[in-house]
Design a protein around this ligand. Structure first.
Ligand code: ATP
Length: 360
């Protein structure tokens, strides 16, 4: 490994056994462990109330922790004040000062630090260049679009040259089209700047599209972390399988390694390491299923409904055990028709029943 690659892979933030109990006694985080490497785009993804913002606020130093420790560049910063941390936050509402123009918003922190005028000018111009709004220095905040406000908020954060940028649901105020556009821009910006982004969202498509790595949270715990494809292809449990993408989940029994039984039949699969006769959840994604003749199918189902979605038919069906199946079929079928369902055994994913928490 080259020295530059070693630096790029270094752990920049680590949370060790962090628990957070708010003043009213509510435990928002429970023994949470998390490692963030420098130079990557991370998303923290989870349903409302799962603790995403709490994690971000703890990293930023806006919220203290009840037990555990927080490290930045291998230094314990659990008690370090927010303004001494090398992180900056972009808030959901951007928190721009409406009475100041773009230049003064971006320059605000540098002026507080009493930096020389020339340096401030140069840094603001540089930050505006990076967010691709070089001509907007004199604009009033009220004259900016939603997407431009977001970019100014990012410029204000990067002018301080943070090592980590924290973004809290920062695209949720934008309409769908602009949001997509900003997703590309954020991704490009992170790669251009080369600093670590930690992005909080409850939108799974957004997290899948943007991230090098995703942390999936539920009820104050990290349930899974990995790349988008790791998590999509191999969810660790039912919660993740249902939260990320669409899934068919049926009950099954692990027979031996690489062999699982569900809907009364035994199938080969790619999973191993479970007990013989251990009850499991079996996941098959709708896009991995197709419809065929009954004789050629691995399962037999009856069609309940069908919708044409442009590049495929979304078909709802039910099998002989009463399990519902969602299938992205190539060809049209008729409601009430009995058909076979075809899939490649490699696409069967078997999960242990029950929740797990990731530990490092
Ligand atoms: P959302 O997507 O809705 O913003 P989140 O995943 O970011 O949710 P948090 O804001 O971290 O969740 O909140 C986690 C839990 O902690 C929630 O149940 C919330 O009600 C609770 N909580 C947050 N702040 C406080 C507080 N100051 N006092 C008491 N409970 C709080």
């Amino acid at each position: 490994m080259k020295p530059s690659e070693e630096i790029a892979m270094a752990t920049i933030i680590e949370m060790k056994n962090v628990s957070k109990r708010y003043d009213d006694g509510f435990e928002a985080l429970t023994n949470l462990n998390l490692k963030i490497e420098s130079g990557k785009f991370y998303s923290i993804l989870g349903p409302s109330g799962s603790g995403k913002t709490t994690v971000l606020r703890i990293i930023a130093g806006f919220s203290d922790i009840t037990s555990g420790a927080l490290y930045f560049d291998n230094q314990n910063i659990t008690d370090m004040p927010a303004n001494q941390r090398k992180v900056n936050t972009v808030f959901q509402d951007y928190a721009l000062f409406p009475h100041l123009n773009v230049f003064d918003n971006i320059a605000f922190g540098l002026k507080l630090k009493k930096r020389p005028k020339e340096e401030i000018k140069e840094k603001v111009a540089n930050a505006l260049e990076k967010v691709r709004l070089p001509q907007h220095s004199d604009r009033e905040i009220s004259e900016l679009s939603g997407g431009q406000k977001q970019r100014i908020a990012i410029a204000r954060a990067i002018v301080n040259e943070p090592k980590v940028l924290l973004l809290d649901e920062s695209l949720s105020a934008l309409d769908k089209k602009l949001r997509k556009d900003m997703q590309y821009q954020l991704r490009r910006l992170q790669k251009d700047l080369g600093i670590t982004f930690v992005f909080v969202t409850h939108d799974q498509e957004e997290a899948l599209a943007l991230s090098d790595e995703i942390f999936i949270m539920n009820e104050g715990k990290i349930i899974q972390n990995g790349t988008a494809t790791d998590i999509y292809d191999e969810p660790v449990n039912r919660f993740v399988a249902e939260f990320i993408g669409e899934s068919n989940i049926v009950d099954g029994v692990m027979k031996v390694d690489y062999s699982v039984e569900f809907v009364g039949k035994t199938f080969e699969c790619a999973d191993a390491g479970m007990q013989q006769n251990e009850p499991v959840h079996v996941v098959l994604r709708p896009e991995d299923l197709d419809i065929t003749l009954v004789d050629e199918g691995k399962l037999t189902v009856t069609i309940v409904s069908q919708m044409f979605l442009g590049n495929h038919f979304e078909v709802n069906a039910v099998d002989e055990d009463g399990n519902q199946w969602l299938i992205h079929a190539t060809n049209s079928v008729s409601v009430g028709q009995k058909v076979g369902v075809y899939f490649d055994p490699e696409d069967i994913h078997v999960m242990r029943i029950g929740e797990s928490q990731v530990d490092f």
